[in-house]
Structures are given as structure tokens and as C-alpha cells.
Design a protein around this ligand. Structure first.
Ligand code: SF4
Length: 449
């Protein structure tokens, strides 16, 4: 372990999938404000759609998502029915029929829906919006419960991408996280989806899990590479049992320490590069010909709630309990409790619970943080000029990065910040220097590596 990185690795920082980050969204956000934002959208601009299904058949102990266990289908069926109404309610609030450039089903487990409910929901979406010819239509799935029928239906419905939470193939680790899925099970799901015409496959891998070792993770990467997913995300397990109570099932003593976590992250990254993947942003890898690689090479990589993306839309409409959306005017988050979310939709009220209107300063800092997270480099002075910020606005945040500069983790010149190869894993810490909300924050975040 690099002793310099070691000093920084345990500092808590947000993941910056948004700025301002979700803990700063205001409660009691007025529905009419969100309605106003939707009504004022530029109708010629493409939008992205995020649909959330919070149900899973089994609880993974590491999970940090908003999910509900559903042993029976009844609550899922009721949820699907309400989601259809939310699609109509939201489409009615828009100024015109708009075009979708990206659609993403997340969860939970979206494939917990029955094939027929997924079909009805996608028919509703297509009846209210057009899809751009090159639209990405993506769905998260679970190899443990994906049926051959559902894989076929996903293909028939025009999905272009599916992602799987693979995490780690070692059986001891899988038992400790309550997620048993042998490589053959994952391989079958991937094959079924590819045969159904879904061309893009994503895997998520995690380091820092209980009983995980460098060797087990490198073996996981090798098995992953044999299945050749187009994109691989490599996340550090965020152990936050004070927020995610299920994580209390994970014995603290079984978790690798900071040095071991860093060794695992490095070994997995090196193994992915050796298998022909290209490193993208902080924690993604993609095949050289993948759109994400091309976007990164062209400086067009973006970051949103799903992580790194090629999605250039300035509006993301979030549907379903707890989902987050973004418009050019601010963020909105839906009610997370499914009963309250459902009652709101049934009453014809957009189920918004929280929101945050953008200030000029938010937009400026969001762009600086996004470019740093995507490119590992940003000219904060130039971004400031674009947003008519005071000439020296970047001086204070850059001043707080002097220690990292002295440690060889980044270089600075007149407001331009560039992470060095050594400092790249700590880009979240550099981004945090530009976060005006962080100083007052009481929210607790995961560690930097
Ligand atoms: S990790 Fe995924 S599949 Fe597991 S409980 Fe959480 S949302 Fe469900």
C-alpha cells in the first residue's frame, strides 16, 4: 500500500453522482414547483427516463439501496399498476410529446416485474414518448431470478443493455453477503440476453467485501473477462450499517482493512486492463469499441445517478418510489415509502418528496465536480468564466488542495487541477474541495477508497 494514499483513503467523501448531493435535497418540496419545471422544459431537447422498482426476492447483506423484500407477486403487481399511472401523470405534465435518448430501469430488481407487466409499462412509455433512433434502453437484472422467458421478452421489448450485480464469484464471500450465484448461472443469463438481441452487457464488481482477498477478486475478474461484458464497474463496498441496517449482518471483523481494500482495488483494475478493458473515470472499465470509451476519449463522458454514462440529456425524469430526477432547474426526489408514493399518484399528485432548485453557484460547482470525476482534470478558472463567476472564485478551493499537491496526488496551475496517476483513486477528495455544502454537512459518507 502506498503510505501517502493510506493517509487519505479513510477520509469520508460523497460519490458525486450529483452535485449538490442527495442529502442536501430539501424536504417538503412543493409539487407545483416540480410541475412548473416540467412545463418549462424545452420540448426539442431529448430527455432520459429512470424507472425504479424497489422489490427484490432476497436481501443481500451488503445492499445500500432502497429496496423491499417481496416473496409474493401481489405487491409488485400493485406497484406496476401505480407506476403506469405515474407514467401518464408525468407525461401529462410535460409541454409536449418528447423524445427519450436514454431509459434506465433500476432497483431493487426491475426484473422482479412479470414479463407481462414489464411489457405493459414499456407500451405505456412508448405510447407517451418517442425514442431517439440510437436510444439506449437499459435494465438491471439479477441472474438468480432472471427467467428464460423474461430474457426473451427483454429482447423483444427493444432493450439494448442489461446489467448484473456480479460482485464476486468466490463462494465464501457470496455466502457472507447472502448472494449465491455461481459463474455458470451468470453465464446462462448473459447468453440468454445476448441471444435475445440485447447487445450491451454490464457487470458490477465490488471490492472490500467480507472475506474477500486480492486472489479471489482477480479470479473473479478472469471469469468476468471470459463472459466479455462490454462494461465493468468496480465499486468499493461502502460499510454504513448506521444507515443500511441489513449491513449489520456483516461481521466488521471479516472486512478487509484500508490497505487491503486499496490492494484489491489496484489488483482488480490491473487485471481488467490486462484483459483488454479501458479505464473510464474513477471506477468504470469498458471495451475499447464501447460507446463509454469513445465518450471518455472525446471528453463527453457524463456522470449521473447511475454512475458514468454517455447520456447528454439535461433532463432525467425519475419515476417510481424514491427515484431521483434532474431538470435544468433543479433536482427532484420521489417519496420513498411505496404506500405514500402510491397514494399520491392515485390522487393525481406528482409524488415528489424532496427537491433542490439550482442556484447559479450550484451549476458552476456541479460542472467543475463532474469534469473532475469524468476527466480527472478540470480548468476551474475557465468553467468560472463560462458561468460569469468572480475571477478568483477557484482560489479558496484550490488552496485546500495544497496538501494533496505536495503529496504528488494532483497538479495545479491557475485554477487548473489535474489528478496524477498516483492521485487518481482519490479524485472524490479533490472534488470535495469544490463542494460548498460539505463543510456544513452532518451526512456521513463512505471512505474515499
Ligand atoms: S443488492 Fe440488488 S439484488 Fe441485492 S438486495 Fe440490494 S437491490 Fe436487491
Amino acid at each position: 500500500m502506498d503510505p501517502v494514499l493510506d493517509r487519505y483513503a479513510t477520509r469520508a467523501t460523497p460519490r458525486y453522482t450529483s452535485y449538490p448531493t442527495a442529502p442536501h435535497f430539501q424536504k417538503g418540496f412543493p409539487e407545483e414547483t416540480y410541475r412548473g419545471w416540467l412545463a418549462d422544459l424545452e420540448t426539442a431537447d431529448p430527455i432520459s427516463l429512470y424507472l425504479h422498482v424497489p422489490f427484490c426476492r432476497q436481501m443481500c447483506w451488503y445492499c445500500g439501496c432502497n429496496m423491499k423484500l417481496a416473496a409474493k407477486y401481489d405487491p409488485v403487481a400493485a406497484y406496476a399498476k401505480t407506476l403506469r399511472k405515474e407514467i401518464a401523470l408525468t407525461a401529462d405534465a410535460l409541454p409536449a410529446r418528447m423524445t427519450i435518448s436514454h431509459l434506465h430501469w433500476g432497483g431493487g430488481t426491475p426484473t422482479a416485474l412479470s414479463p407481462d407487466d414489464l411489457t405493459l409499462l414499456m407500451q405505456d412509455v412508448r405510447s407517451r414518448w418517442d425514442f431517439a433512433p440510437d436510444a439506449e434502453i437499459a435494465i438491471e437484472s439479477d441472474p438468480r431470478t432472471l427467467t428464460a422467458e423474461m430474457a426473451k421478452r427483454i429482447g423483444e421489448l427493444g432493450f439494448t443493455r442489461a446489467s448484473f450485480g456480479v460482485q464476486e464469484f468466490d463462494l465464501k464471500v457470496q455466502k457472507a453477503i447472502n448472494r449465491i450465484q455461481p459463474p455458470e448461472m451468470v453465464r446462462t443469463s448473459v447468453t440468454q440476453l445476448r441471444e435475445a438481441g440485447v447487445s450491451g452487457i454490464n457487470f458490477d464488481l465490488i471490492y472490500g467485501l467480507p472475506f474477500q482477498t486480492v486472489e479471489s477478486l482477480v479470479e473473479t475478474v478472469k471469469l468476468t473477462a471470459q463472459m466479455r461484458p462490454d462494461r465493468v464497474a468496480l465499486f468499493g463496498y461502502a460499510h454504513v450499517p448506521w444507515m443500511a441496517k441489513n449491513q449489520r449482518m456483516i461481521d466488521d471483523a471479516s472486512l478487509p482493512d484500508a490497505a487491503e481494500r486499496a490492494a484489491q482495488a489496484n489488483a482488480a483494475a490491473e487485471a481488467l486492463l490486462a484483459e483488454g478493458y479501458v479505464a473510464i473515470g474513477l471506477d468504470h472499465f469498458a471495451l475499447p469499441q464501447d460507446d463509454l470509451t469513445v465518450a471518455a476519449q472525446n471528453g463527453q463522458l457524463r456522470r449521473n445517478f447511475q454512475g458514468y454514462t454517455t447520456d447528454l440529456a439535461t433532463t432525467m425524469i425519475g419515476l417510481g418510489a424514491t427515484s431521483i430526477g434532474k431538470t435544468p432547474f433543479g433536482y427532484q426526489q420521489n417519496i420513498s415509502e411505496t404506500g405514500a408514493w402510491s397514494r399520491s399518484v392515485e390522487a393525481g399528485i406528482l409524488p415528489v418528496a424532496k427537491g433542490l432548485p439550482f442556484e447559479k453557484d450550484d451549476v458552476l460547482r456541479a460542472e467543475v465536480i463532474e469534469r473532475l470525476m469524468c476527466d480527472g482534470s478540470v480548468d476551474a478558472a475557465a468553467v468560472g468564466r463560462k458561468h460569469n463567476a468572480p475571477d478568483n472564485w477557484w482560489v479558496a478551493p484550490c488552496h485546500s488542495l495544497v496538501e494533496m499537491e505536495r503529496d504528488g496526488l494532483l497538479q495545479m496551475s491557475q485554477g487548473k487541477v489535474t489528478m496524477t496517476a498516483r492521485g487518481r483513486p482519490l479524485v472524490r477528495l479533490a472534488a470535495a474541495a469544490f463542494d460548498a455544502y460539505l463543510q456544513d454537512s452532518t451526512a456521513r459518507h463512505s471512505v474515499a477508497v
